[in-house]
Design a protein around this ligand. Sequence first.
Ligand code: ATP
Length: 304
Amino acid sequence: MAIIEVDGLTKRYGGRTALDGVSFSVEEGEIFGILGPNGAGKTTAVECLEGLRRPDAGTVRVLGLDPQADARELHQRIGVQLQRTGLPGSIRVREALELYTSFYASPRDPAELLAQWGLEERRNTRVRSLSGGQAQRLYIALALVGAPRVAFLDELTTGLDPQARRATWDLIRRIRDDGVTVVLISHFMDEAEELCDRLAVFDAGRVVATGSPGGLIEEATGGGGRMRFRPAGELDLALLAGVPGVTDVRRSGRHVVVTGRGDFATAVTSVLARNHIVVADLRIDQRTLDDAYLALTGGPSPRD
Ligand SMILES: Nc1ncnc2c1ncn2[C@@H]1O[C@H](COP(=O)(O)OP(=O)(O)OP(=O)(O)O)[C@@H](O)[C@H]1O
């Protein structure tokens, strides 16, 4: 069931068109990514969903509600992640959570959120003294205080080290597993590929593609990739040329390089195994969301 429906959404700032007839839908229970280069309209679109901006044209429904006409009801049912600068640095973790509970008719218990998000030991710490990862967990916890059915999370892992990023990904999956639909704005292709069930790629105020990461990779690049290995004994290249999905086979010194589409690598591996050909130095470079993004927007991914 679609929990968010956007149809023909258009938004102008003066003479500048920020969104030009954007349509997409988000299914209940998924992690939905909104991707695109700077200025593509991602924030504007999410602000229209949150009821913070009034569309010039088109319709938006979140949980069946009109974010403009039903703003009060909607705000009780969605969670919006605060930007880093949104809290005074002197407020303590527990106080911030308690303050947020006052915004909702049926809030969650702050003590339970502290425990769930590993912030119990930091309950009396001032926000300004939290580490990047702890602050991130607090911002997520604050977005969940109202027990929302949809959570909007923006640029979650910017500035976090690789370990904290991975920990944050696990937390986002936990939110989804608890039954909350997650809308995630991200600049990171690896993050979107890893986390999102589906995503929409924005470019210059339009949606240029929607689908699962795997589906978009397949659609935009043909999928597949390249595998390179060194056969231990004799290998007749004709054996691999006929494997489904393989588009090219060639030698490169002592190595063999196979290019293909879709799941060609699995097919090649099983042909090699069936013919008892042992390989060394095996390397497989699959196409990634980065490649799809490049093909869709005509530019490198934003953080390259
Ligand atoms: N308040 C505003 N007034 C005028 N123009 C705006 C305003 N907010 C955004 N814009 C313009 O609208 C376009 C879309 O901006 P938006 O912030 O939605 O893009 P974005 O994809 O979120 O970008 P970023 O990744 O940089 O956050 C941009 O050209 C931007 O300059």
